[in-house]
Write a protein that binds this ligand. Structure first.
Ligand code: PLP
Length: 394
């Protein structure tokens, strides 16, 4: 008999030899439900997407309403579409000057591509600087600035003129020069295993970019929308980039990305040549309606601010001899185990104890905790008990 599992393996392009392969029938709040009555507490949020929870009724209503008004009408940028315009106005009201013009795209990777093109176009320079263990996506430009050789070497030649620096190394900031178009950084590195910026580092980076005329690009695709205990890292750390990149939770569970800059920088994509970046589905009206409903929900419920207290409860409750360190802030943690070989065993066994946790791309000694920001104290206690139980069973 053909099961969904056998069809999945035959017809869905596989990203790895060992997919999780849990069949999900529905999801609600912080929980995913399987066909045989199983349920798993989601400690991943679809990789920092479902910050307002799964099937949030406010988001579902917004999607229904927009889908019945209209879906795709025309390529991005030609028609005045309410959901795009209203969402851009709300987003920019929450961001500091000069981040006031939004270019909507489909994904995080496309936002990165857009930012690279925009920085090259605005500065007339070609050099891009990024950071070891930084992740910016999987398309060719985003891959080219990725901070690990593991996923890059099989696809060379990649985009030229890319240099990697060590995250938090102030000594290396002198490598940013008048040839640098952009410095692309995750203010808090996600896939590197939740690495926080050292005191004053982002300020020094800002100063060096000011001095050389390089554009500073914050990739807040994973840190945005409350994940680290404030709406954005730029507001948390008080350092304003020239371009901010958003995706993941930006769409409230629908596909959406954006690069946001000043009017002066953004306008360089408009002329010579016109249509400097084109996207058919960028800023899809249903995605924008969903994203706006999600952001309004986060704001109404103060979920960015309350993420810190919820995160503290997780940190305080996790205490096990196999845990070496819990690193992170808000509701974004890397839990370092005493031995890297424990991590895959732990992750594979976790669903059996009713929780979903995940790897990091560039940190094999830790597992990820990044639940929806609506997680309750009771759910946190359940999660911590399950983590302890799973560790005990290794
Ligand atoms: C920091 C960061 N930038 C960019 C991306 C790429 O986003 P997408 O998978 O939507 O292309 C990711 C995805 O994990 C990310 O974490």
């Amino acid at each position: 008999m053909q099961t969904l599992k056998s069809l999945f393996l035959r017809h869905i392009g596989q990203t790895s030899p060992e997919p999780m392969m849990l069949e999900v029938q529905r999801a609600e709040g912080c929980w995913l439900y399987g066909p045989a009555g199983e349920r798993w507490l989601d400690l991943i949020s679809g990789v920092s997407v479902s910050n307002a929870g799964h099937s949030n009724p406010h988001i579902v209503d917004a999607v229904r309403k927009q889908a019945s008004d209209y879906m795709h009408l025309m390529v991005y940028g030609e028609l005045i579409q309410g959901p795009q315009v209203e969402y851009a106005a709300l987003l920019t009201s929450l961001l500091p000057d000069p981040l006031k013009v939004v270019y909507f795209v489909n994904s995080g990777s496309e936002a990165v591509e857009g930012a690279i093109k925009l920085a090259r176009r605005y500065t007339g320079r070609s050099g891009i600087i990024s950071f070891r263990n930084g992740y910016h996506g999987s398309t060719m430009g985003a891959l080219s600035i990725q901070g690990s050789e593991v996923y890059k070497s099989a696809f060379r030649p990649l985009m030229p003129d890319v240099m990697l620096l060590d995250f938090n190394s102030t000594d290396q900031l002198s490598l940013i020069t008048e040839l640098t178009a952009a410095v692309v950084i995750e203010p808090v590195q996600g896939e590197g295993g939740v690495r926080l910026p050292s005191e004053g580092y982002l300020e020094k980076l800002r100063e060096r970019c000011n001095k050389t005329g390089a554009l500073l690009v914050f990739d807040e695709i994973q840190t945005g929308f409350g994940r680290i205990g404030s709406l954005f890292a730029t507001t948390k750390y008080g350092v304003v980039p020239d371009i901010i990149l958003l995706a993941k939770a930006l769409g409230g569970g629908m596909p959406l990305g954006a690069f946001i800059s000043s009017g002066a920088v953004m306008s360089t994509l408009t002329n010579n040549p016109a249509l400097g970046h084109i996207t058919t589905f960028g800023g899809h009206p249903v995605s924008c309606a969903a994203g706006m409903a999600s952001l309004n929900y986060l704001l109404d419920k103060n979920l960015a601010e309350s993420a810190t207290a919820r995160g503290e409860r997780i940190k305080a409750s996790l205490d096990h001899p196999m845990i070496r360190e819990i690193r992170g802030e808000g509701l974004f943690f890397a839990v370092e185990l005493t031995d890297s070989s424990l991590v895959p065993r732990f992750i594979r066994k976790s669903p059996g104890n009713g929780i979903l946790v995940d790897y990091f791309l560039f940190c094999d000694s830790a597992f990820r905790i990044a639940p929806p920001l609506i997680i309750t104290d009771k759910e946190i206690d359940y999660a911590c008990e399950s983590i302890h139980k799973t560790l005990d069973s290794l």
